[in-house]
Ligand binder design. Sequence first.
Ligand code: SF4
Length: 349
Amino acid sequence: MAMTPLKSLRARDSALASTREQVRRLESTPGLPRFDGTLAGAGLHPLRATGITVFQINVGKLCNQTCRHCHVDAGPDRAEMMSRGTAEQCMSALARTDIPTVDITGGAPELNPVFRYLVEESVRLGRRVMDRCNLSVLLLPSQADLAGFLARHRVEVVASLPSLVQTQIDAQRGAGVFEKSLEALRRLNALGYGKPGSGLVLTLVTNPVGAFLPPAQEAQERQFRERLARVHGIVFNALYTITNMPISRFLEFLLETGNYEGYMQRLVEAFNPAAADGVMCRYTLSVGWDGRLYDCDFNQMLDLPIGGGAPNHIRDFDPGHLMTRRIVTGNHCYGCTAGAGSSCGGSTT
Ligand code: SF4
């Protein structure tokens, strides 16, 4: 049976296109203990930043895919894109710090013309650069030179591969995406990505394809490593498992399938104080396509800007304030603190 291509919540005029509606749902879930109370019970409230070691830039919502679980509500119909002026403000802010890692995400961040400027400038400033890549973007005719560009600049590719099963990937990410993902991984391998001694790092990120929590990371990494090598001749450096955040299109999926309350309950039951202590917002600053500042990409997608009186636009970047800021939290944060936590340092596209 042919799959219907998905459109963004925005394109479908869904009630959940409103971030206010998403937050309302999350904060009024019957029987759900408030996240801040759970955090207080673990002695972690209020959550505070411990510094900034990751400067995450979300360059916008344009993407060549429309995945069912996308927390960004990205897609080909989304026009929000970071301008060159805002990208320059990002780089001048970065230059005033010694933040070691720049993490570029979207949408498909490579489709924004400022992507290559951000990579080149970050590398010139001596920073490690990560590209949150959906893999299929590498096969677009307009991006024929992208893999070579990434390799030349020694960009770490952090690639989404939710499953090893074609039908599951195609159902979640679009028809034909499984084969495209494998072809993109082979191209990256051919350039040295994932190969010992090349220094070109290829990290895979996998997330459950349904309303359940991810299995243990080590076991899943072993399974991916063995099967990708044996069946497809593909190698990679590391695999991270992440929990699907109950926001945006995954929230829609949970609500439509009647899984929302059960999923939230599972997240609450799996609350892990150690994971809460190490959540990425404590060491990350997230910049939106329009230059606004957030504690993480998830807060960005819920329109929850940084609080505590710190300047909230990149043009007013004030590292002193930001490094110890109080983090804005809510019930969606249960997605980061369940089990072993989501350890890839952010979201993938
Ligand atoms: S959703 Fe964001 S603010 Fe909440 S715990 Fe996760 S990283 Fe921190």
